[in-house]
Design a protein around this ligand. Structure first.
Ligand code: AMP
Ligand code: MG
Length: 353
């Protein structure tokens, strides 16, 4: 398939993109979180094509993207008051809500579930594209299954050129991590995937909100409720370790490991934050931004993982970015990318004689 790449989307190209979706084709498009791989959410054949293009297991449901709040009623007949309140407060924005689906949403779009995930993205190009497409665009992230989500068109092209009809450029994704997923189908709202909209922010609207215990469990039989969270997502090709400890010990441990690895002929990389970036002696040191600004780290993380792939880095070490709010989403993705491989440098660094 020949993929048309739109560098400067104008109303005519967005109209063309919409026609592709209405005819059952696929278009990758920018959002404020990551790029999406879109198809008509109401067309089962389009959803099947999305799974095929991504190489994604078909039990992993898609998010339905809408461009006006009132369109919620077209996908769900059972919308709690809290959903309207959340939509008023957070839409357009990086919050996905899980609701009971109605019969117009095909099971192919929801991975066979009786629930549907819905989001109204905060991106001008996304909004006009969704509208031109008929209002309901099913989309997972626009990467091949298992690779980090793309935050720049460059990586969408790398993964999907020849597999979709069109790719629309929208520059770098502002947030850089996938949306917060909130389940509203149980008695109390549950966060199934942490994101830019934090539980602290949700508490402004909700009396109660909790985190899916499956997210933090180390027990492999304890499955998270969002089907996508069970896969080893977001992973770079190299081996990634998250290093906890005092900044001093983290630098020391990573530098020790880097020299050991280099002696073995392996290429090493570090995900570091200011002001410590200059202290590392790996082959490639990536600055994820200011560690006191988690939004810096969130917008840089996937790009950095992709760059390490491009550079064929074998061993990657990352500082840990622990903290409240958005740090929770950053660490969730980082630990998944690392397959939960962590070390505590405070226990491992040798005291100077
Ligand atoms: P992606 O945008 O690639 O991260 O994919 C969307 C993710 O949304 C999937 O991996 C699922 O984990 C989650 N999701 C979509 N629909 C549902 C649903 N009905 N129930 C729970 N999780 C869902
Ligand atoms: Mg994804």
């Amino acid at each position: 398939m020949k993929t048309e790449i739109i560098r400067d989307p104008d109303p005519a190209s967005i109209e063309r993109a919409g026609r592709i979706i209405r005819a059952g084709g696929l278009v990758a498009f920018p959002t404020e979180t990551v790029y999406g791989l879109g198809g008509d959410a109401m067309n089962p054949e389009a959803s099947r094509k999305i799974y095929a293009a991504k190489g994604r297991p078909s039990d992993n449901p898609l998010i339905i993207h809408i461009s006006k709040i009132s369109d919620l009623t077209a996908v769900s007949a059972d919308i709690p008051e809290t959903a309207w309140a959340l939509a008023e407060r957070f839409w357009p924005g990086p919050l996905t809500m899980i609701l009971k689906k109605n019969s117009s949403v095909p099971p192919e779009t929801t991975g066979g579930l009786e629930t549907a995930a819905v989001r109204f993205p905060d991106n001008r190009i996304a909004a006009s594209f969704i509208e031109a497409s008929g209002g309901f665009v099913a989309a997972p992230s626009a990467n091949l299954s298992g690779r980090p989500s793309p935050t720049d068109i460059r990586y969408v092209i790398e993964d999907l050129d020849g597999r979709v009809d069109m790719i629309i450029d929208g520059g770098r994704s502002r947030i850089g991590l996938e949306s917060t997923i909130l389940d509203l189908t149980e008695e109390e709202p549950v966060i199934l995937r942490p994101g830019f909209v934090t539980s602290e922010m949700l508490s402004e609207v909700l009396e109660k909100v909790s985190l899916d215990p499956g997210l933090s469990s180390e027990d492999p039989d304890f499955r998270p409720k969002a089907p996508g969270m069970k896969y080893r997502h977001y992973a770079p090709k190299g081996d990634l370790t998250v290093v906890y400890g005092s900044p001093e010990n983290v630098v020391k441990y990573i530098n020790e490991q880097s020299s050991l690895m280099r002696e073995r002929g392996l290429r090493t990389g570090v995900i570091a934050s200011g002001p410590d970036t200059g202290k590392y002696r790996a082959d490639s040191v990536k600055n994820a931004g200011d560690r006191h600004r988690p939004s810096d780290i969130s917008s840089a993380l996937y790009r950095i993982l992709r760059e390490f792939d491009d550079e064929e880095t074998d061993e990657i070490y990352s500082e840990a970015f622990d903290g409240p709010g958005l740090y929770c989403a950053v660490m969730n993705r980082l630990l998944k990318a690392a397959g939960h491989k962590t070390v505590n440098a405070d226990m491992l660094v040798k005291e100077a004689p």
